[in-house]
Design a protein around this ligand. Structure first.
Ligand SMILES: Cc1ncc(COP(=O)(O)O)c(C=O)c1O
Length: 441
């Protein structure tokens, strides 16, 4: 039975921080696979898997069953006790994690898992500084927000963030922070990170999103991560890979680092690990780091650490990624999606760049293809100026397609189960909505 949305909107939005002047969230009542429905019964294609997390598609039955079964079996036991579900998930993770990462700390978000990673890096190395990159997001607590390079950090500074975090340039081949051209840059952005480390002491770790996510789906050149891993190793600095968004088949591999054969010292993940159907984050460490804490105090942990109701759905989700062959699907169907997006770009002069890997794509909107000037900047976003990308996503919503818009780009990351009909639906809607940006040129 559909409910009368006019009766419930105020009640459903009043108590949430998302409700701010001029923005009333859509009231969603159900979801299935690649679609969700609002209270009026209108259907939407989910072109961003919500926050790039519903990788298996909505309401995956195996994951639902696992949550229900675990609730009946053992809904909660404190983290100091052993239990079957934690052992079973650890074994399942050993099969999919980059080889060598074999001890897992279970938290309840990507934020907390990153916070743990930073703390482990500091405790293990006995050093304090963390090097992250400007175009990045790592979470919303003091440590993870300090590591975050993007504009979301600004409001928290200086007292709301952890000290001793530095930021360096990211690999952005469309908008190189060093003004270089990708054809002959020699991956100078990696050299710059080495230069920074060499001019600092007390450096514990470098933390990167292997493919920058929300901030633009920035895929690094092939030698970037191998070179970064090498330079960290040479200098005795740990490499942390933040795979909160890029894990779980999104880039066509279990983890994005697998695309380049890199094994970081610490890998952080969350989101798709449970298909976002339960709040779980994982901080995976190498055996060397794990062994260190056999004899040293491990200052991490909280009440909901390794909560059984978050672990069981992860086991089920890993089973589903395998059963449905979603890594392979992300590679093949993702490549077709990318091809279609590139064709689309030819018809829309406001599209400056289309880039991506697997089932993870960005369409970057520009005022001018030659100068690559974006329509809007992070400063516009913070000042709450009207954003062209918001006009495009509003048009998409009108057409029944949800897509994450970010400063001056769209994040195209549908559930990995999307089929040809879903892609046709997405391309048709994008074709209409991009005309909104074209009209602003
Ligand atoms: C790369 C990355 N790291 C960390 C986080 C924070 O994760 P969570 O929102 O689960 O706390 C996010 C969230 O989008 C993310 O994309």
């Amino acid at each position: 039975m559909e409910r009368d949305v006019s009766q419930i909107t105020a009640r459903h939005t009043y108590g949430t921080w998302r409700y701010q002047k001029g923005w009333a969230p859509l009231h969603v009542t159900r979801a299935e696979a690649c679609h969700f429905w609002d209270a009026k019964g209108k259907r939407y294609l989910d072109l961003s898997s919500q926050l790039v997390c519903s990788n298996l598609g909505h309401q995956n039955q195996a994951v639902i069953d696992a949550i229900c079964e675990q609730a009946k079996q053992l809904a909660f036991i404190g983290p100091a006790f052993a239990c079957d579900v934690r052992a079973d998930l650890s074994l399942a993770l050993l099969e999919v994690m980059p080889k060598g990462l074999d001890k897992f700390f279970f938290a309840t978000s990507g934020t907390e898992a990153n916070e743990t990673a930073l703390r482990i890096a500091r405790m293990y190395t006995g050093k304090n500084k963390i090097l992250a990159r400007y175009t990045s997001y790592h979470g919303s607590t003091a440590g993870s927000m300090a590591a975050t390079g993007d504009w979301r950090r600004w409001a928290a500074e200086p007292v709301g963030v952890m000290p001793w975090v530095l930021h360096g340039p990211e690999a952005n081949c469309y908008r190189c922070p060093l003004g270089r051209n990708v054809s002959d840059c020699g991956t100078a952005c990696v050299d710059y990170l080495a230069y920074m480390i060499d001019h600092e002491n007390d450096m514990a770790a470098v933390s990167v999103e292997p493919v920058v996510g929300t901030n633009g789906v920035l895929v690094p050149p092939p030698d970037y991560l191998p070179r970064l891993a090498e330079l960290c190793k040479k200098r005795g600095v740990l490499l942390i890979a933040d795979e909160v968004m890029t894990g779980w088949g999104r880039t066509g591999q279990w983890f994005a680092v697998d695309n380049w054969g890199v094994v970081p010292d610490i890998l952080v993940t969350a989101k798709g690990i449970t298909n976002a159907m339960a709040p779980l984050g994982v901080c995976a460490t190498s055996r060397t780091i794990a062994d260190h804490f056999d004899d040293h105090f491990f200052a991490c942990g909280h009440t909901y650490e390794a909560h059984p109701l978050t672990l069981a759905p992860a086991i089920a989700a890993i089973g589903e990624y395998k059963r449905l062959g979603l890594l392979e699907r992300a590679r093949t169907v993702g490549a077709q999606l990318g091809e279609r997006l590139r064709e689309l770009a030819q018809r829309h002069p406001s599209v400056g760049d289309v880039r991506g890997i697997g089932m993870f794509w960005a369409i970057e909107l520009v005022r001018d293809r030659d100068t690559r000037e974006p329509f809007n900047t992070p400063q516009d976003k913070v000042a709450r100026k009207p954003m062209v990308v918001d006009a495009v996503t509003a048009k998409l919503m009108e057409l029944g397609v949800f897509c994450m818009g970010w400063v001056s780009h769209l994040v195209i990351a549908p559930p990995l189960v999307i089929d040809d009909a879903g892609i046709d639906e997405a391309i048709a809607a994008l074709d209409v909505a991009l005309a909104v940006a074209d009209a602003k040129l």
